[in-house]
Design a protein around this ligand. Structure first.
Ligand SMILES: Cc1cc2nc3c(=O)[nH]c(=O)nc-3n(C[C@H](O)[C@H](O)[C@H](O)COP(=O)(O)OP(=O)(O)OC[C@H]3O[C@@H](n4cnc5c(N)ncnc54)[C@H](O)[C@@H]3O)c2cc1C
Length: 320
């Protein structure tokens, strides 16, 4: 059995869902959770339900906001005081910044953006996409422990009946050390929708949307089915949508249960960001569009006709 620490991010008082995905998948290992700052009793209970044995709340000066150096220093000191074999976290914006920093502090290996893993005799073996998702590599980490792993949000999915843990919560005095680059302010995006990287359903518009106003038909469909709206780079570069909505190699990497691509050709750089979606639906006027080679369901037709029909059908099905 491996001793694992899962670092969790907290947003608006809630742990990121990827933490619960990781904990569920770690059933059979001994899993603790570390958070920088405070965490409410309801969230500690949620972590315990999903398998956390201990919840360590790292508290100290200059740790109220995320800073790469402060968090890395505080976590490194804590990890050194324990005997963890593995440290996991989400491959989120923060995780992609923090975990490599932490791994270098231990001169240890990092498997990044992992989409699945198992433990074979207490040793981690994971899969991660390579070459813009064209192939999956099996990765193992060698060298000194602890080893570090970042997990792509939504890739593992939630475990239906997780094995619970004790969920013993305790404060830990933490030291942020020297911070040379501090975050002064965090400006939230205006949207109240779920972040693209965590969305369970995504409706994406491509260049075929023609302008920003036309995205309203995607927003309408998204509202009915509880989806978040994304965009291709061509749509973003044309000014139809902000960059925060871009899916792909130079945008967000997503793995929702359902991805509906509307007027998106399916260029390799777009596929790089969404090909691990569980079910892909493509609407395109061109039957030879590359997106159809990756789609589970393809609709050849004009999105301006198809999307409103689908929205009406979803309303009927969902009683909205
Ligand atoms: C280094 C690099 C990084 C990149 N990163 C990204 C990235 O992160 N994300 C990304 O998306 N792209 C990225 N790109 C760009 C990528 O190569 C494509 O140019 C882009 O994805 C095309 O966007 P699109 O599919 O919306 O547009 P197009 O390729 O122009 O496709 C539009 C599609 O809409 C269809 N269509 C037209 N009218 C309708 C209609 N009425 N109804 C239905 N279908 C219709 C057409 O048949 C066509 O297939 C990157 C490129 C490079 C070089």
């Amino acid at each position: 059995m491996a001793n694992v620490l899962v670092f969790t991010e907290v947003h608006d008082g809630k742990v990121k869902p990827v933490t619960l995905e990781i904990l569920g998948k770690l059933a059979g290992q001994s899993a603790d959770v570390a958070v920088v700052g405070d965490l409410g009793a309801d969230q500690v209970a949620e972590l315990a339900k999903n398998g956390a044995q201990n919840v360590h709340k790292l508290k100290g000066a200059n740790l109220d906001k995320y800073s790469p150096e402060g968090y890395a220093n505080a976590l490194a000191e804590f990890i050194k005081s324990k005997n963890y074999d593995y440290v996991f976290g989400g491959a989120t914006s923060m995780g992609k910044d923090l975990l490599p920093r932490l791994a270098t502090k231990f001169n240890a290996g990092l498997a990044s953006d992992v989409v699945n893993f198992v433990f074979e005799g207490g040793n981690f073996a994971g899969t991660r996409p390579l070459f813009a998702g064209k192939c999956l590599a099996k990765v193992e980490i060698t060298g000194p422990k602890p080893h570090f792993v970042s997990i792509r949000p939504n890739a593992l999915g939630m475990t239906a009946s997780p094995t619970g843990g004790a969920g013993a919560a305790a404060d830990v005095n933490a030291n942020a050390g020297e911070i040379r680059a501090a975050i002064k302010d965090i400006i939230k995006a205006a949207s109240t929708k779920v972040d693209l990287t965590e969305a369970n359903i995504i409706v994406t518009g491509g260049r075929a949307m023609k302008n920003a106003e036309n995205f309203k038909i995607l927003n309408e469909m998204a509202d009915v089915i509880g989806a978040t709206v994304g965009a291709s780079r061509a749509a973003v570069d044309s000014g139809f949508a902000p960059h925060a909505m871009q899916v792909g190699q130079t945008g967000k990497t997503v793995a929702p249960s359902l991805y509906i691509a509307c007027g998106v050709s399916g260029a390799i750089q777009h596929l790089a960001g969404m090909r691990t979606s569980k079910v892909i639906v493509a609407i395109n006027t061109d039957p030879d569009a590359p997106i159809f080679t990756k789609a589970d369901y393809g609709i050849v037709g004009d999105l301006f006709t198809i999307v409103p029909i689908m929205t009406e059908e979803f309303k009927k099905l969902l009683g909205k």
